[in-house]
Design a protein around this ligand. Structure first.
Ligand code: CTP
Ligand code: MG
Ligand code: K
Length: 186
């Protein structure tokens, strides 16, 4: 019989790096717009000044570093959950894939926001909250199939993450706003 609480715990634990990539991008971001200031065919910015190379790479680095801390803790505690902690190079591959996927999804959200006329920094609601999750999963499915199938293949963990992300995203952004890291609480 599958242990549902443990499965959900694992799914959440291993998705933390994809979450961390976003505040990581807020801290390191703001330099060198990914779209180089270029406009799309509709005359609006492709992504806007909120998506930068410094945020992208800083966000990926944050996700990888945070993930390696989780990895190290699992090793120290001698908890080898599934195949995540089998090799360090394997773990790094998963962490880069997941963090980059998360920030690519964040860019997709911004791309759609610009197309429907929401300015950079404007409230996107689910467009701020779901694309990064969905893209992280899609990229993991494509490039880290074994990891994806082990922890998210049965859909339970995936659905759990989709459900908790909007309130979690909101809470983190309110904290970022109060810490003066963000101009708006969303
Ligand atoms: N950020 C960045 N590069 C990224 C992602 C985020 O530099 N790839 C930084 C930007 O300074 C951005 C801040 O993190 O303003 C907050 O991220 P987010 O809320 O995703 O961007 P917004 O400014 O709200 O822009 P958008 O409307 O396009 O989502
Ligand atoms: Mg925003
Ligand atoms: K966003």
């Amino acid at each position: 019989m599958p242990d549902i609480p443990l499965e959900i715990f694992q799914s959440l634990l291993f998705f933390i790096p994809a979450f961390i990539a976003n505040p990581g991008a807020v801290i390191t971001g703001g330099h060198f717009p990914i779209d180089f200031g270029k406009k799309f065919v509709d005359g609006k910015r492709i992504f806007g000044d909120g998506k930068t190379w410094s945020g992208f790479f800083g966000g990926v680095a944050s996700g990888v570093i945070f993930g390696l801390i989780i990895y190290a803790l699992l090793v120290v505690l001698n908890l080898h959950i599934g195949n995540f902690s089998s090799t360090i190079t394997g773990a790094i591959g998963v962490l880069i894939t997941m963090s980059a996927g998360s920030l690519l999804g964040d860019m997709v959200g911004s791309f759609i926001k610009r197309r429907i006329g929401i300015e950079r920094g404007g409230k996107g609601s689910l467009l701020d909250q779901w694309p990064f999750v969905l893209m992280a999963f899609l990229i993991l499915f494509i490039f880290e199939r074994q990891f994806f199938m082990t922890y998210y293949g049965d859909i339970v963990g995936l659905i759990t993450i989709l459900v908790i992300t909007p309130p979690l995203h909101r809470a983190v952004n309110i904290i970022g706003y109060r810490m003066n890291k963000k101009d708006v609480p969303w």
